[in-house]
Design a protein around this ligand. Structure first.
Ligand code: NAD
Length: 389
């Protein structure tokens, strides 16, 4: 067994109703908080609820609720400039991955001068590096998908270059993350499906990754099992708190797995789709995941057989090869079951866009590409894009 290091500096507070504890969990971080969220969650009353709990503990909060899906680096810069004199001690991200990543970006930008895009990681390198001056981050997660509540990543789009990429920095691991499954009850079916497939993609990509290790594998496999067993129920019956809870845990587990073992081809191909065409992250993952699996199951049949097994593949006693192949079918069946079988052309993407997409996937997304068990060439990546067109 290969050696590894496991480090997760985030206090995870998981359970129904736990959002009520945010005051006591955050009070040690300072007296003035910046709450970062979006219009939708504000309308649902969650921002006010959190603000009230913080106030009870003597923490004053100011609020920014303008985050949009696929958050923009330019907007993070502008917001940080507008908030510069506010004396903020810590940042609270409330929402899905977009609000959380926006909050992480602000936590850096409020204490560092450079354009936030300079902190983006391309193949293990960035122009600027965030330091321990980064403000502490508290998270209240409201979707079951990205795992951003437990990752050192902040993903954003730079509209000036139409690229979507992530910061990788240990200083943006949240200090506290509240995973309260009750908050996901309001997620509509299509978003439940796409965020759930995002979690599945994290789990599968981290499991087959070159950087996988004993701990991440354990988290990946359990996340695969939980998604496969609970996503259809969470989509069909959104009020089912048990299925929602298991999906919330699956997403957090898969987030822990990618924090240690990274993602692969699906993310390398998916971010350019979102960066250029503003396609939702989970939707992009749902197009790429089965295609990646069709091109990869033969690279490590033992691993893919274990994915199949975790997804309940049972044909008596299948050979490793059969079970590996069936893992692809199991994912395709799950996508059918949750009605998520989109193609790139459904989002207006054309054959003539494929060259640009493939250049991005093999260019600025090279880190994810290199984590895949096989290094796909530019031409092969184009071919896979054509398959999902
Ligand atoms: P999101 O945050 O973009 O939200 C999508 C929509 O869902 C928004 O309109 C939001 O208002 C709504 N929403 C959120 N919670 C809701 C609730 N409880 N009820 C009703 N509506 C709700 O969606 P997401 O999929 O969670 O996040 C995607 C972003 O996260 C992408 O930018 C992606 O790249 C990023 N991401 C980050 C990481 C990381 O580790 N930092 C990992 C994977 C993905």
């Amino acid at each position: 067994m290969k050696g590894f290091e496991f480090w997760l500096p985030t206090r995870i507070v998981f359970g129904v109703g736990e959002v009520s504890r945010i005051g006591e969990l955050a009070v040690s971080l300072g007296k003035r908080a910046l709450i970062v969220s979006d219009k939708h969650l504000k309308e649902l009353g969650l921002v006010e609820r959190v603000e009230g709990r913080l106030r009870e503990k003597g923490v004053e909060a100011i609020e920014f609720s303008e985050v949009t899906p696929n958050p923009l680096s330019t907007m993070i810069n502008d917001t940080a400039s507008a908030m510069a004199g506010e004396g903020i001690d810590f940042v609270v991200g409330i929402g899905g991955g977009s609000s959380i990543d926006f909050a992480k970006g602000l936590a850096i930008r409020l204490t560092h001068e450079d354009d936030i895009w300079n902190y983006i990681d391309v193949g293990g390198k960035s122009v600027s590096r965030a330091t321990s001056r980064t403000l502490p981050i508290v998270v209240v997660v409201t979707t079951a998908g990205t795992g951003s509540e437990v990752t050192p990543f902040a993903v954003m789009t730079n509209p000036e270059v139409s690229e979507k990429c992530g910061i990788v920095n240990e200083n943006i691991f949240p200090r506290v993350s509240i995973v309260d499954p009750e908050l996901t009850l309001s997620v509509p079916p299509r978003l439940t499906a796409s965020t759930g497939i995002d979690a599945l993609s994290h789990a599968i990509e981290s499991f087959i990754n070159r950087q996988t290790h004993g701990y991440s594998e354990m988290a990946s496999l359990q996340a695969i099992r939980l998604v496969s067993q609970n996503l259809p129920t969470a989509v069909a019956d959104g009020r089912n708190l048990e299925a929602r809870s298991r999906m919330a845990w699956a997403a957090t587990l898969a987030g822990i797995a990618i924090s240690h073992a990274n993602t692969t081809l699906v993310h390398a191909m998916g971010h350019p789709i979102s960066g250029r065409f503003d396609v939702g992250h989970g939707e992009a993952m749902s197009m790429g995941l089965p295609a990646m699996m069709r091109h990869s199951w033969m690279l490590d049949m033992e691993k893919f057989a274990r994915i199949g097994e975790a997804m309940g593949v049972d044909v008596g006693r299948p050979s490793v090869k059969e079970a590996a192949k069936k893992s692809v079918e199991a994912v395709e069946e799950l996508l059918d079951e949750v009605d998520l079988r989109a193609r790139m052309s459904d989002y207006g993407i054309r054959e003539s866009d494929i060259d640009d997409l493939a250049r991005d996937a093999t260019g600025y997304m090279v880190g994810c590409l290199e984590s895949h068990p096989y290094r796909f060439s530019l031409e092969e990546v184009k071919e896979i894009y054509r398959e999902i067109l």
